[in-house]
Ligand binder design. Sequence first.
Ligand code: ADP
Length: 261
Amino acid sequence: LEEQMRQVQKMEAVGRLAGGVAHDFNNMLGIILGHADMILEEMDPDQALYADLTEIRKAGERSADLTRQLLAFARKQTVAPKVLDLNKTVAGMLKMLTRLIGEDIDMAWIPGEKVWPVKIDPAQIDQVLANLCVNARDAIADVGKVTIETGNIVFDEEYCKEHAGFVPGEYTLLTVSDNGCGMNAETLENIFEPFFTTKESDKGTGLGLATVYGVVKQNNGFINVYSEPDHGTTFRIYLPRHRTKEVRWPDKEAIRPAARG
Ligand code: ADP
């Protein structure tokens, strides 16, 4: 738990710092990009300097992308938790996620049966799935498969004794797995650290999984990772079951109190 607290505090500090810098930096980038545009408009594309200026513009665009990601990470987004059926939320995102991973990679969607409701901001689910799917895509060299799955799981005392950080209870499970390059032990140890990345600097910020971790912790959930080099990676996210008084599923325990009135 102490380790988790430390991680969350560190992320907040990094977030604040990065957010402040990103904001001012973004304004200056706006000026650079604006002037580059003005010059480009005046220039004949055949001129020798046109290509150089286009490169400057492209680099500026990439920097702007990066600062936008930093700002999104740093922004203390006000969350609006709602009671959700994860199957519906995921199904609604599937088209976007399929486009995100590209047509060379298969997407498999395996909704669990009677998945327990969770209470979370749907935008956070979007964020989590988008980050995990982008990572899965980047881990796959050319062809491969990303699988998204949901389900229910109960952790008992015994399980939690053996798995540090887990708390007994009922959880809704969201799994994203890929058959990509996997991770070695050293990478695995660092993946949730803000700014840890093994990707080229114009591809990765190292904030994706730090964000996922933050979202899961904020919602009293857990995350674990199984990864094997050359075989693939599975991220499992456990979110606490949301209990409502209304009868959502016609299962025994829900019907009994309702029948009594
Ligand atoms: P970024 O994607 O910007 O590098 P992340 O925090 O999302 O930042 O990921 C950190 C690192 O974790 C990645 O650079 C990569 O090395 C590793 N990683 C994350 N997801 C996967 C995956 N599905 N397969 C293999 N490696 C992964």
